[in-house]
Design a protein around this ligand. Structure first.
Ligand code: TXA
Ligand code: MG
Length: 319
């Protein structure tokens, strides 16, 4: 059997049959690749510890890094987490969408403790992608889903990326096309007294502050405090050089705005377009096996903060 036919057997259209099959697999404790508006997730039934353990095995992810559960809405979130006034306001404003809230676990929370990596808290988000929403509805349980890449590698923004990275080890991949946002959700911790940033992402600090009318605390400058966030992450095979305005011998230059490059994240210098192209372009550049992937400077405001966070990790000293 050729690799191609195997690939097409595993990648499925999200039609009624595909969705029903995905729900069956998840209810039995299997794993699927699931499209969301940010990146593709590696989804399992969050209430099934064995299924969740398979996620860690497949990603080769350190156990101490907790996972996000994906729910349909606020009501479903409140079954598992203590929703404070602040959390409620953020859900109202940004759900469904790319905002993850870290809240206290409810006492009777039936989500596997492995999802929280033993912490008293749980990360919850309601994705906007219609396929993700339909699958959650069909399963009727929260889905634990980290990005569907091997730990430390580039996050997948297309079904084919998931197949290349972990296709052999999972039961199916639903093809929801290219992710419209292309960068992971913003992760925010919320308590009784306010909220703080744990991972910059698709929703900007300004957008959050507009809703809460309160300054977003960013612990230790821009340092990331979500557990398991390692410095080297999102790594292509080739080393990465940041803030490049020229191409050196053997390099591929990824441009932005007036830095043209061999390819461009956004010729018009648009940050939303750059976010959507970021991970697929890193893969594309890497496939050309350059000595180094050089990347043009990206302005450090709005969505650029999340893009630069991912780029710094891609460029960091490998572990
Ligand atoms: O857009 C996204 O968020 C994607 C899609 C698939 O939903 N998911 C994703 O998951 O990026 P993952 O596992 O790659 O990243 C989850 C982040 C990690 O940085 C983790 O440390 C943090 O959320 N996190 C999860 N639970 C936490 C908790 N209880 N306390 C603090 N941080 C937590
Ligand atoms: Mg990830």
């Amino acid at each position: 059997m050729s690799g191609q036919s195997h690939r097409y057997g595993k990648i499925r259209e999200p039609d009624a049959d595909g969705i029903a099959e995905a729900a069956r697999i998840l209810r039995k404790g299997g794993l699927i690749g699931l499209p969301t508006e940010t990146v593709y997730g590696l989804a399992a039934d969050a209430t099934n510890s064995l299924a969740v353990a398979k996620i860690f095995k497949t990603k080769a992810r350190p156990r101490f890094n907790p996972l996000i559960i994906h729910v349909s809405n606020k009501t479903m979130a409140a079954e598992y987490a203590e929703v404070t006034v602040y959390a409620d306001a953020l859900m109202e404003a940004f759900w469904p969408g790319p905002l993850t809230l870290v809240m206290r676990r409810r006492e009777n929370c039936t989500v596997s403790p492995l999802v929280s990596a033993g912490l008293e808290t749980i990360a919850v988000r309601a994705p906007a992608h219609v396929v993700a929403r339909t699958v959650i509805g069909a399963v009727g349980r929260p889905l634990a889903a980290p990005s569907a890449n091997r730990s430390g590698r580039i996050s997948p923004t297309a079904a084919g990326h998931v197949f290349e990275d972990i296709g052999e080890e999972i039961d199916m991949i639903l093809d929801g096309g290219s992710c419209s946002i292309g960068i992971e959700s913003t992760v925010v911790g919320v308590g009784e007294a306010g909220f703080w940033l744990l991972r910059p992402g698709a929703i900007t600090a300004e957008q959050l502050e507009d809703v809460t009318e309160k300054k977003l605390r960013i612990p230790e400058g821009s340092a990331i405090t979500a557990p398991g966030q390692t410095a080297s992450h999102y790594a292509p095979n080739a080393p990465v050089r940041l803030n490049a305005t020229d191409r050196r011998e053997g390099e591929i230059l990824i441009g932005f705005g007036h830095v043209a490059g061999d390819m461009s994240l956004s010729k018009t210098g648009t940050l939303t377009e750059a976010a959507a192209n970021l991970f697929s372009m890193l893969r594309e550049a890497d496939a050309l096996t350059p000595t180094t992937i050089a990347i043009a400077p990206i302005p450090d405001h709005g969505l650029g903060i999340a893009i630069n966070d991912r780029l710094r990790r891609a460029a960091a000293e490998r572990e």
